[in-house]
Design a protein around this ligand. Structure first.
Ligand code: GLN
Length: 489
C-alpha cells in the first residue's frame, strides 16, 4: 500500500510507531498529486515547498515528544478558505492573484495541531454550483470516470480524496457542496450544524447557510477532523459557545438497538433514479439488521427547498460579492473613465456567467417592491421547512435519504441549463436551510459509479451521525473500493 492511500487513523498509528515520517507521507501525497493532476485537475495551487517545510516541522515536533490527532497529516483545502501566504482564488478570475493575509480559524486550529497543507482545490467559482464546471481554472474530472463531473462545489477536494492525493480534505457546504461531491466520488462528507465550525476566513457565499467541514476516506476520519475544527470563535458570532462533543465516543457502538430512523417519503418519490432508491433502501435494511427501527415520515415542505434556496442564496450572494469591486477586493482594471466604469469593468471581466446570474437574481429579489414578494416570503417558507424538520426529528433520531437523485452526470450534460443544475440540490438543500448536520456515506454502486446515502441529524448531534455511519461502514465494504485513474501519456 502506498502511504498516500492511508486514512488519518492509519497514518497517525504509523507516525506514532515511528514507522514513517510526516515527510514520507507528504512526499507520497505530493507525488500522487503531481501524477494525477494532468488527468483530474483537482487542484488550483500546489504548495509543495510550504508543505515539505511544514512536514519537517511536524516531524521535529513529534521528535521532541509532542503528539496530536493530526500532527504531520497532509491535507488539501478548498480554495475558498484562506490559508496565510498562499493564493486564495475561490476559482474566480477576480481573485487570481489574491494572497490570503491570514489563516481561517479552522486552518489556524489545524496548523496548531501540526496538520500539513498540500495545496488548494478547485471549486465552482465562489462555490456557486454542483459540478465544478463553473471554475475559472477549468473543470475537475471524476476519478471514477474522467468523462463525468466530481460534483460540486467542493469537487476538487472530493476528487482528490477519492484519488488518494491527500489523507483528507476540507470543503464548504452552503447547499450541498460537501455532501453531493462526496456522494459522486464515493467518500465521506460531513456538513456540520450551522454554527458548529467557524466561518471566519471563508470567502462568504450565503452567510446564513455556509459551513466548513471534512471530506474523508472513512467516518472515523471525519470525526477526528471535526473534533479539531469545531467550536466557538470570537471572530464568528454565529458559532455557538457550547462544549464540543467527544466525536469518537459513539464509534464504539456495537449495534443500533433503540435507534429510530426516519425515511422521508418525499425523498423517495419521482425524480429519484430507481437504482439509487433500491441501493438506499438496502442500506436502510442494513440499519434494521443492526438493530435500528426504521419508519416512514413525511416532510411535505421539501418541495419548496429549491425555490427558497435559490431566492435566499442569490440575495445573500449579491450582497456578499459587493466587496469585489476592484478597489477593496477583486480584479483591478487599468483603463477606467470614472468610478462607475471601474466597478463595471472590474466585475465585468472578473466574474463568470453563473456568478453574474446570481448577482442579478439576488439584486432583483432584494429590490424595493419585490423584497416582500420574494425574499421575505422565501424566509417565511424557510422557517416552515426548519420547523417541520425539527418536529420530525423530535420523534426520530435521524433521517436517512439519498444524497443525490442520480450518479455523477457527464461533463457538459447539465451545464447549459442553470435550472437543471439547481435541481441537483434537491435532497441536500433542506438540511442547509434548516442548519442541521448531515453526512453523505458511500452505500453502493450503480453503473460502476459510487452512490451515497445522506444521514440528517438533530441540531448539534453530529455525534449520532458519526456513531451510526461508522457502524454501517464497518459492516459494509463500499468505502474499500477505489477508483483507478488511467495515466495518459
Ligand atoms: N449547488 C448549490 C449551489 O449552487 C450548493 C453550493 C454550495 O453548497 N456551495 O448553490
Amino acid at each position: 500500500m502506498n502511504l498516500n492511500e492511508l486514512t488519518i487513523k492509519e497514518s497517525i498509528e504509523k507516525l506514532r510507531a515511528g514507522e514513517i515520517t510526516s515527510q514520507d507521507l507528504t512526499e507520497a501525497c505530493l507525488s500522487q498529486i503531481e501524477k494525477l493532476e494532468p488527468m483530474l485537475n483537482a487542484c488550483i495551487t500546489i504548495a509543495r515547498d510550504e508543505a515539505m517545510i511544514a512536514a519537517k516541522q511536524a516531524d521535529a515536533r513529534r521528535a521532541s515528544g509532542e503528539d496530536s490527532p493530526l500532527l504531520g497529516i497532509p491535507y488539501l483545502v478548498k480554495d475558498n478558505i484562506l490559508t496565510k501566504g498562499v493564493r486564495a482564488t475561490a476559482a474566480s478570475k477576480s481573485l487570481e492573484n489574491y494572497i490570503a493575509p491570514y489563516d481561517a480559524t479552522i486552518i489556524a486550529k489545524l496548523r496548531k495541531q501540526g496538520a500539513v497543507i498540500l495545496g488548494k482545490t478547485n471549486l465552482d467559482e465562489f462555490a456557486h454550483g454542483a459540478s465544478t464546471e463553473n471554475s475559472a481554472f477549468d473543470v475537475t474530472k471524476n476519478p471514477w470516470d474522467l468523462t463525468r463531473v466530481p460534483g460540486g462545489s467542493s469537487g476538487g477536494s472530493a476528487a482528490a480524496v477519492a484519488a488518494n492525493m491527500c489523507i483528507f480534505a476540507l470543503g464548504t457546504d452552503t447547499g450541498g457542496s460537501i455532501r453531493q461531491p462526496a456522494s459522486f466520488c464515493g467518500i465521506v462528507g460531513l456538513k456540520p450544524t450551522y454554527g458548529r465550525a467557524s466561518r471566519n476566513g471563508l470567502i462568504a457565499m450565503t452567510s446564513s447557510t455556509d459551513v466548513p467541514g471534512p471530506i474523508t476516506k472513512t467516518v472515523e476520519d471525519a470525526a477526528i477532523v471535526m473534533g479539531v475544527i469545531a467550536g466557538h470563535d470570537d471572530f464568528d458570532a454565529t458559532t455557538l459557545n457550547m462544549e464540543v462533543d467527544n466525536y469518537l465516543k459513539n464509534l464504539e457502538l456495537k449495534d443500533l438497538k433503540g435507534l429510530r430512523v426516519g425515511l422521508p417519503s418525499e425523498y423517495f418519490s419521482e425524480g429519484l433514479d430507481p437504482k439509487i432508491k433500491e441501493i438506499v433502501l438496502e442500506a436502510s435494511d442494513k440499519l434494521i439488521k443492526l438493530g435500528a427501527k426504521v419508519e416512514e415520515v413525511s416532510l411535505p415542505h421539501t418541495k419548496y427547498s429549491i425555490p427558497v434556496y435559490y431566492i435566499i442564496t442569490p440575495s445573500e450572494v449579491s450582497s456578499n460579492l459587493a466587496r469585489f469591486d476592484g478597489l477593496k477586493y477583486g480584479k483591478k482594471v487599468e483603463e477606467i473613465k470614472n468610478l462607475e466604469d471601474a466597478y463595471l469593468k472590474s466585475r465585468g471581466v472578473g466574474f463568470g456567467p453563473e456568478v453574474k446570474r446570481r448577482i442579478m437574481i439576488g439584486t432583483y429579489a432584494l429590490s424595493s417592491g419585490y423584497y416582500d414578494a420574494y425574499y421575505v416570503r422565501a424566509q417565511k417558507v424557510r422557517t416552515k421547512i426548519r420547523q417541520e424538520l425539527d418536529v420530525v426529528l423530535s420523534k426520530v433520531d435521524l433521517l436517512l435519504t439519498p444524497t443525490t437523485p442520480h450518479i455523477a452526470f457527464k461533463i457538459g450534460e447539465q451545464n447549459k441549463d442553470p435550472l437543471k443544475m439547481y435541481l441537483e440540490d434537491i435532497f441536500v438543500s433542506p438540511a442547509s436551510l434548516a442548519g442541521l448536520p448531515a453526512m453523505s456515506v458511500p452505500c453502493g454502486f450503480s453503473d460502476n459509479m459510487p452512490v451515497g446515502m445522506q444521514l440528517i441529524g438533530k441540531r448539534f448531534d453530529e455525534q449520532m451521525l458519526f456513531g451510526v455511519a461508522n457502524l454501517y461502514e464497518k459492516n459494509t465494504d463500499w468505502n474499500k473500493k477505489k477508483p483507478e485513474v488511467k495515466i495518459e501519456e
